[in-house]
Design a binder for this molecule. Structure first.
Ligand code: YSA
Length: 328
């Protein structure tokens, strides 16, 4: 019986079956217990010897069951740890890493440049009132920009701002000069979309107001920006132009050398000028002068990065966007 019981104990595959074996041998009606009960029928000399033998048998089995139980427990823990363990030598599943859009990179660079020149950064609403987008900026009632062909109007008469210039007025209403300000942000126009025009695009507006601010300061600010972007050899050009909110007004361009081809060209960026007295009047400023300029950020990115079509910026085509990771 001992041999047989030890074999069964050794082979017990789990704690439940080990318990069954224990009951079968050592339980109340177990084989060993039965043998002990039978001792009473033996002669006293036989009883002693048999009693000792059965008790030894009992303690050997108990010991074997105890050891087997511990072995099963160790095995269960080992299996659990194994199932939870990580093979650090396996190659990892590579996560796709995103990156900043070229427009974001260029905008961040522009902000960095102007902040280093002491400018503050502000943003404003994209859904504007006619007053801020046009009237306070000295647009006459009959100006063509107010036409629904150029501007998106909402049914309650508001407009999707057509430029970032309305923030000039909003900022001046709540601040006193002197100050230097830039406003990056989206603008919207009801355009026939083509390689250089989108219905939604970005502009960066600059406004500097104080005592004796002149056109020379304007030219200096544009030149500083151009130099920071494209290097020391850069030149800037102002050509007379009309914008209702400046007098005099100009369009400005940057002389740009393509580092890849060596080709040089004027990069027409946007409009600028000295803030019109009517705009200062609208915000209650007196005794100050100021300059402002505003330009398309896409325009600034298109030519230097050799992008042939403005629509590439907004088609979310990773083959295009991936080329400009960390490009600025
Ligand atoms: C002028 C004088 C100031 O004192 C201050 C700002 C300005 C700029 C004025 N607010 C303005 O919007 N002028 S603009 O109509 O000539 O546009 C400026 C620039 O925005 C353009 O040169 C172009 O680079 C960009 N732009 C305009 N419409 C666009 C566009 N970019 C992409 N898609 C369009 N549909």
């Amino acid at each position: 019986m001992l041999e047989q019981a030890l074999r069964e104990i050794e082979a017990a595959p789990d704690p439940q079956q080990l318990q069954d074996i224990r009951v079968r041998y050592l339980g109340k009606r177990g084989m060993v217990t039965q043998e002990l009960k039978r001792l009473g029928a033996l002669r006293p000399d036989e009883r002693r010897e048999a009693g000792q033998r059965i008790n030894r048998l009992k303690s050997v089995l108990e010991e074997a069951i105890h050891e087997r139980r511990e072995a099963l427990e160790r095995e269960a823990v080992r299996r659990q740890l194994e199932s939870e363990s990580v093979d650090v030598t396996l190659p990892g599943a590579r996560l796709k890493q995103g990156g900043l859009h070229l427009m974001t990179l260029v905008t961040h660079r522009l902000i960095e440049i102007f902040v280093s020149l002491g400018y503050e950064v502000a943003v404003g609403p994209e859904l504007e009132t006619d007053y801020y987008n046009f009237t306070a900026l000295n647009f006459p009632q009959e100006h063509p920009a107010r036409d629904t062909q150029d501007t998106f109007f909402t049914t309650d008469g508001r407009v999707m701002r057509t430029h970032t210039s309305p923030m000039q007025v909003r900022y001046m209403e709540s601040h006193r000069p002197p100050f230097r300000l830039i406003v990056p942000g989206r603008a919207y126009r009801n355009e026939a979309v083509d390689v250089t025009h989108e219905a939604q695009f970005h502009q960066l507006e600059a406004l500097v107001v104080g005592e004796r601010i002149t056109m020379a300061d304007l030219k200096g600010a544009i030149t500083e920006m151009a130099t920071a972007l494209f290097g020391r050899d850069t030149r800037t050009r102002l050509q007379p132009a009309y914008f209702p909110f400046v007098e005099p007004g100009a369009e400005f361009a940057i002389w740009w050398t393509n580092p890849r081809t060596g080709e040089q060209q004027w990069l027409e960026l946007g409009g600028c000028g000295m803030v019109h007295p009517n705009v200062f009047r609208a915000v209650g400023y007196e005794g100050v002068t100021g300059f402002a300029f505003g330009f398309g950020i896409e325009r600034l990115a298109l030519i230097p990065f050799g992008i042939p079509d403005i629509r590439h910026f907004y088609q979310s085509d990773l083959r295009v966007l991936n080329q400009f990771r960390g490009a600025v």
